[in-house]
Structure formats: C-alpha cells, structure tokens
Write a protein that binds this ligand. Structure first.
Ligand SMILES: [Zn+2]
Ligand SMILES: [Zn+2]
Length: 389
C-alpha cells in the first residue's frame, strides 16, 4: 500500500510499504477515508521527538471503513464506518478501567524510552515514534487498529466523514482540556492557540457552561474561524499585551481557567522567543513554553491552568513561584478519547459542534509532503491538511 513516511528531519515521502495484517484477535483493519495532519506531527518533522526511524509511517488522526475483523472483536464488522481514537487503550488495565485511556499500561511496546524521560510510560499512539509504541500511522491506505472494541467508534449516520475525522483527536483533546481543566457554569476561560485543538477546547468550554471564552492567536484567519464557528471572543497577541487585555476583559480578576493549546513550538514577537528558540536549538531545553508562562501569569488567583499542547521534555524559566503563591492548579494530559467519544459523537449528530471547517485543505495522499509544508508554514490559511488515501 501507499503511505506517507518520515525519512529524516523535515523529510517526508510517499512510499510503498507492506499492507497491515491482523496480528492479534482484537485487531481490525481500517481502510482510511480521511486522515489529517496535526500540530503535534510537526514535532516529529522537526526532530524534537526521539526514536523516529526512516520509513516510519506517520499520522494519528483518521476515520474510514472496517475491512477485516479479528476473531475476538465483538463491536465491529466489515463495512462499519468508524472513527479511531489516536491513543491506543487495552480496555483492561487499571488506567483504562479508571478512564485514563492515554495512560494505558499495556499498549506502549517500548516503555523504556519514555520511562527514562518521564519516570513512567504513557500508552501507545498511532504513528508517533518508537518511544510511543512504534505503531504504523494513519497517513496510509490501511491501518491496523489494536483493541478495536475500545478504540474504534461507529460513526452515526447523521455525521459526515470529514466531521467525524476530528473526533479522532482534535475534538476529544479539546473537550478533555476544558473538562479536566475544571470549566464550569459561569466561568471565564482563556485558550492559547486557535488551531484545531484550541478551537475545540473553546467550544467545549462554552458547552460546559462558561460565560466568557477568549481565544488568543496571531493568525487572522484562525481568529475569524473562532468568531464564526465557535462564537468565542478573540485576542490577537501581536496587537496587544495579552495579560493586560485579559485583566481588562475580566473585571481585573483574570480567567478562572487557562488552557494552553500551543505546545513546545510556541511563538511570540518578543526577545523571550529568541531566547527560547536558541536554547531549544542548542538542545539546552526541549520545549518553548512561552504561552504556558503567559497562561500561568494571566490566570486568576486560585484558578487552574491546563497543558493541552504537546510538550516533550524540559522547559526553562517556568514561573513556579507564581503557581505556588497564586494557589494555581496545574494539570495536563494526552487525550482520554475513549471516555468522551460516545458523548461527542452524539453531539456531532445533533449538530452542536462544528469540526469540518478545520479541514481547510483536502488533498490526495500523494500530495502529503506538500500538504505538510503548507500546514507547517500556515500558508494559504491552512489550519489542517487532510489526506484522502
Ligand atoms: Zn493530533
Ligand atoms: Zn489499558
């Protein structure tokens, strides 16, 4: 089959790779209809994620049709239209039993690498390096889906393919950030980053009852989407002082919940950006935490900050003093999509959430390298480059 492969730092190529086969009785094989690039894939491209090997198939967000079913699979049959959660959960370990699916103890087949980096290993993920299980990714014609009864969800008839695609990662990740960030009725919420995840986090906050939601970015087309499809307020961080603006809009108190949906390649205009960028390139720090610092500083006393953007390692000049003295709660997580998907697919079927507008550029898989260039450089208003294998 054809697949989009990582060939080295900033080098992608469409290649022929072996078709996936059922390896375990709980697997299904999915023929991919749509698969999307994700901001976290840029960290693979840029070489910030360890344990990539030339020829690895990337991609972790996808939907398609079940074409082969392992003998122990009970929920799916050939022909089912499914969306698959990016993180792979076994459904039977302590973490999966406690709805902490991305922390599954059984699906990362190479736990040593992340145990060394983080103390313990999270679960496996499609197409995201050998440190995260070495699973073949979704930018391919077919994908093997382990533990399919838990990770693959039948798409309701009312939900079209492109809408369903974002239930793989962007939507559940955004929802989880708002939910575990503690958003409740009447809250004021600030979200850093108007990419797919940030937009979904903002929409989730509104559906969870937030009274005021403000999204911070610099790209006018993304801020326009936030206004049009999410209905949240926006701040262009190149035009104003974000902390002062947030205080102004929240009666001087600051947001109750701050969600960071940018991650380790965060940008800003100031000298702080250059400082972090240089240190990152010299590998003195892995991650640029500019938006995270701003979130901690802007959050109201006693509020909560949620790390939803992807960070891989160490950060520099983290305002721990502000965290402690302001009585903040700091949380983070990779998505526990299996927990949220039934509810989210119902909401998509009822038309409560719009996702397909994120698919600004849909193209053939053969155009994958060009699609990633556009996505990385945010050319032509690209929010997500989506591939049709
Ligand atoms: Zn993703
Ligand atoms: Zn598990």
């Amino acid at each position: 089959m054809k697949a989009l492969c990582w060939e080295g730092v900033n080098r992608l190529a469409v290649e022929r790779v072996p078709d996936p086969r059922i390896q375990n009785a709980h697997d299904v094989i999915v023929k991919v209809r749509y698969t999307t690039s994700c901001g976290s894939d840029l960290h693979l491209l840029d070489g910030y994620i360890p344990a990539m090997e030339a020829g690895d198939v990337i991609g972790h967000e996808f939907m398609g049709e079940v074409v082969e079913v392992g003998p122990e699979v009970t929920k799916h049959s050939v022909g089912d239209r499914v969306v698959v959660v990016s993180f792979i959960g076994c459904g039977s370990c302590w973490y999966c039993d406690n709805d902490l699916w991305s922390l599954c103890d059984n699906t990362n087949t190479n736990p040593g690498i992340t145990q060394g980096l983080w103390g313990q290993d999270p679960g496996g993920i499609f197409g995201y390096s050998h440190a995260m299980g070495g699973f073949m990714g979704s930018h391919a014609e077919y994908v093997r889906v382990p533990f399919a009864d838990h990770g693959a969800f039948t798409v309701p008839e009312e939900v079209d393919d492109l809408t369903a695609l974002f239930a793989s990662d962007g939507l559940p990740t955004g929802w989880m950030g708002a939910h575990l960030g503690g958003v409740g009725p009447g809250d004021t919420v600030a979200v850093w980053g108007a990419g797919g995840v940030g937009q979904m986090a903002a929409h989730a906050a509104m559906l969870l009852g937030a009274e005021q939601v403000v999204v911070i970015d610099r790209l006018p087309e993304r801020l326009g989407m936030v206004q049009q499809h999410v209905g949240a307020e926006t701040i262009d961080y190149t035009a104003t002082d974000v902390g002062a603006e947030l205080r102004e809009r929240t009666g001087g108190r600051g947001p109750d919940v701050c969600i960071e949906a940018v991650g380790q390649e965060s940008a800003t205009n100031g000298p702080e950006y250059l400082y972090d960028k240089v240190k990152q390139q010299l590998r003195l720090e892995n991650d640029r935490p500019i938006a995270m610092r701003e979130a901690v500083m802007a959050c109201r006393k006693g509020g909560s900050v949620f790390a939803l953007g992807v960070f891989a390692g160490l950060v520099d000049k983290f305002p721990l003093g502000a965290l402690m003295n302001k009585g903040l709660t700091l949380r983070g997580a990779q998505q526990h999509g299996q927990r949220y998907l039934p509810m989210l697919l119902d909401r998509l079927a009822r038309g409560e959430i719009s996702t397909s507008h994120l698919a600004t550029h849909v193209m053939a898989l053969d155009e994958g390298p060009r699609g990633y260039d556009m996505f990385k450089n945010k050319e032509d208003g690209c929010v997500r480059a989506v591939f049709q294998p």
